[in-house]
Design a protein around this ligand. Structure first.
Ligand code: GN1
Ligand code: MG
Length: 373
């Protein structure tokens, strides 16, 4: 906390820091809300970038600048945006004009504007909220679709490349299976039964059936901000993972986050289910707002993406548990195992509803009663 105070002063540019408190529930970076006694902005966010996840933290600060500048420019010039309240977090610079400060341990800190009069939620509040979530993702995709991809440095190699996570898991397993328990045995069997589906999106990408475009990378429910009064979505935050990828990574990730009403952190993993009504509302909101829409290839592989993203995240959590919790922050040693069980149960619920889900996709995207097989 003391270091955070020193860093906060570096971005406060002479304003007196009144308070500093931990903010949000990120699994990777440490975030604080800083309130100043005077000046403007009165409040801002301060973040310590996790070097174990982002080994080149200076690059993610640079990426954020590229993304926000692009989006702000689009908002000004595009008639589609003129009636839109859409906010973008902006980096605050230090007195020296830098995008980050480095503390005595060599950790990189950055600061950004705090979007006022807006709120976030840990779970979706109902169908209206879900439709807004979809709308927000559609708007975000429109705003970044023409961002030159060579301007964004890929800070996370193989992010969302599911076979890569499976390889990593296998590498850990080849050193032996350390913590045997009924849960870990269940997980091992669960993963083994699904090896065949892990490369589905990457295969389609390699065959050029899916296009690589700029994506958000982490469109989970609490990264979408809602206006406190109108309850409409007004921002997507957490821009560290904006990178070239597949629209389907974002859609799958958004649905796995939002259609699980018990949330990622529930201990009641056996009760987790995938909510079809919320899924319909999110996809409907997305279709209504994304000008470009989904290409045929995306629509054909949508079901696979919805199944794959929770499987992939479960694999990431479980591997991290086996590695000793070195990537995702934990409050207790079994937390990443529990998180994995939640994601795997969600995957299973999606599989159980695969017929209805394919019909829903068919209705929404193909205007017919049966989706792709
Ligand atoms: C991490 O740090 P946070 O909470 O925004 C992770 C995402 C996961 C998410 C699961 C860079 O995001 O990929 O979906 O946890 N971010 C990174 O809650 O790995
Ligand atoms: Mg994130």
């Amino acid at each position: 906390m003391e270091t955070a105070h020193v860093m906060a002063k570096g971005f406060a540019l002479g304003r007196r820091v009144f308070s500093l408190e931990p903010f949000g529930n990120g699994n990777v970076n440490d975030t604080f809300l800083v309130t100043c006694r005077d000046g403007s902005p009165r409040r801002f966010l301060l973040q310590r970038i996790n070097p174990r996840v982002f080994p080149f933290p200076r690059q993610i600060a640079g990426n954020m600048r590229t993304v926000t500048e692009h989006v702000l420019e689009r908002l000004q010039r595009d008639p589609f945006c003129s009636s839109l309240r859409w906010e973008v977090p902006r980096l605050l610079l230090t007195r020296e004009g830098l995008e980050y400060e480095v503390d005595w341990k060599g950790h990189v800190w950055r600061a950004m504007t705090f979007i006022e009069e807006a709120e976030t939620f840990q779970t979706v509040q109902g169908e209206k909220h879900a439709r807004e979530v979809g709308r927000a993702l559609g708007i975000f995709h429109c705003l970044i679709h023409d961002m030159p991809m060579d301007k964004v440095v890929r800070v996370l190699e193989n992010f969302h490349v599911a076979p890569h996570y499976l390889q990593r898991y296998d590498r850990i397993l080849s050193h032996g299976f350390p913590a045997k328990s009924p849960e870990t045995e269940h997980v091992r069997k669960f993963v083994d039964e699904r090896r065949g589906v892990v490369s589905h999106l990457e295969d389609a990408k390699a065959q050029e059936r899916l296009e690589v475009v700029p994506i958000h990378g982490d469109p989970k429910v609490n990264n979408i901000l809602f206006d406190r009064l109108s309850h409409t979505a007004v921002a997507m935050v957490d821009l560290d993972t904006v990178t070239p990828g597949l629209l389907l990574y974002d859609l799958g990730d958004c649905l796995r986050s939002c259609c699980n009403l018990l949330g990622e952190e529930t201990r009641e993993w056996e009760r987790v289910r995938f909510d079809m009504d919320l899924c319909r509302a999110i996809l409907g909101g997305y279709m209504a707002s994304s000008q470009k829409g989904l290409k045929e290839g995306d629509r054909d592989h949508l079901f696979e993406a919805i199944r794959l993203l929770p499987l992939e995240l479960g694999l990431r959590f479980f591997t991290d548990y086996l590695e000793g919790n070195v990537y995702f922050k934990v409050a207790f040693p079994e937390q990443n195992l529990l998180r994995a069980l939640v994601q795997f149960r969600l995957t299973e619920s999606i599989e159980e509803q695969s017929v209805s889900l394919r019909i829903l996709i068919g209705d929404l995207f193909f205007g017919r009663k049966h989706g792709p097989t």
